[in-house]
Design a protein around this ligand. Structure first.
Ligand code: CA
Length: 243
């Protein structure tokens, strides 16, 4: 018997085939699963059953999934992972900016989906401690290490000498490792609510960061680009091995 507390995942999906796949995948991974097939059903279930995570299809028979995100975010931080056939960059950015934690485009594999769910769950657990982590913790993946206390980033033990702005970008992505951060979210976090919405500043800094931290800047292994949406940092080694 495992003494692990089982996380409860609400699946909101009207396609029976995808529902079956999602349910089987999650149950096999040890989650408790609830399934609803409509938007209203989702909102009722979130308030009555308090799931730990919501997997949300955007194209539902009675309402658009984005309405559900908007509505949920007025009263709960429960992680939302969007699963959608809509693959347009604007659709992803809209759902993330409304407050979804992540976005997976159909078709997707079980391994990818489970990794996104773990990252979303981990993020809610660590949000309260985020300030503390920023002061004292560190992040490790492969050869890369972020030392939040010293404000330094090392590759293979060698200080890569980031500029202050480069460091802030890497530190922000590291604290949300495994999740996509949209350009808009990053600009607001880094330079305040009145920051320009021009992504160029991020792209320029990212080119510099990649030259310093990536063995091959054209094939990034630490910070990935979600084209037209934002950036995602690879999940750290500790959170992967603890699952
Ligand atoms: Ca659908």
């Amino acid at each position: 018997m495992s003494n692990m507390i089982r996380c409860k995942v609400l699946i909101v999906e009207d396609d029976p085939g995808i529902c079956t796949f999602l349910k089987a995948t999650l149950v096999a991974a040890g989650y408790d699963v609830i399934v609803v097939t409509s938007g209203q059903g989702a909102l009722d279930m979130v308030s009555s059953h308090c799931p730990d995570c919501v997997l949300l299809d955007l194209g539902l028979p009675d309402m658009d999934g984005n309405q559900i995100i908007r509505s949920m975010r007025q009263w709960t931080r429960t992680p939302i992972v969007v699963i959608s056939a809509r693959s347009m960059e604007e659709d992803k950015a809209l759902a993330l900016d409304l407050g979804a934690d992540d976005y997976v485009t159909k078709p997707f594999g079980a391994i990818e989906l489970l990794a996104r769910i773990r990252a979303a769950l981990r993020h809610t657990r660590t949000t309260a401690e985020a300030g503390e982590i920023a002061l004292t913790g560190s992040y490790h993946v492969g050869e890369l290490e972020i030392d939040y206390r010293k404000h330094r980033v090392y590759r293979g033990g060698v200080d890569v000498k980031l500029t202050p702005n480069e460091y802030r970008i890497v530190a922000l992505l590291g604290r949300h490792a495994g999740r996509v951060l949209t350009y808009k979210t990053m600009l607001k976090e880094l330079w305040g609510p009145s920051a320009s919405s021009d992504n160029k500043i991020l792209r320029v800094h990212m080119a510099g960061i990649r030259r310093k931290i990536e063995p091959d800047p054209n094939e990034p292994r630490y910070i990935f680009t979600e084209v037209g949406v934002g950036y995602r940092m690879a999940e750290d080694d500790i959170s992967q091995s603890s699952d």
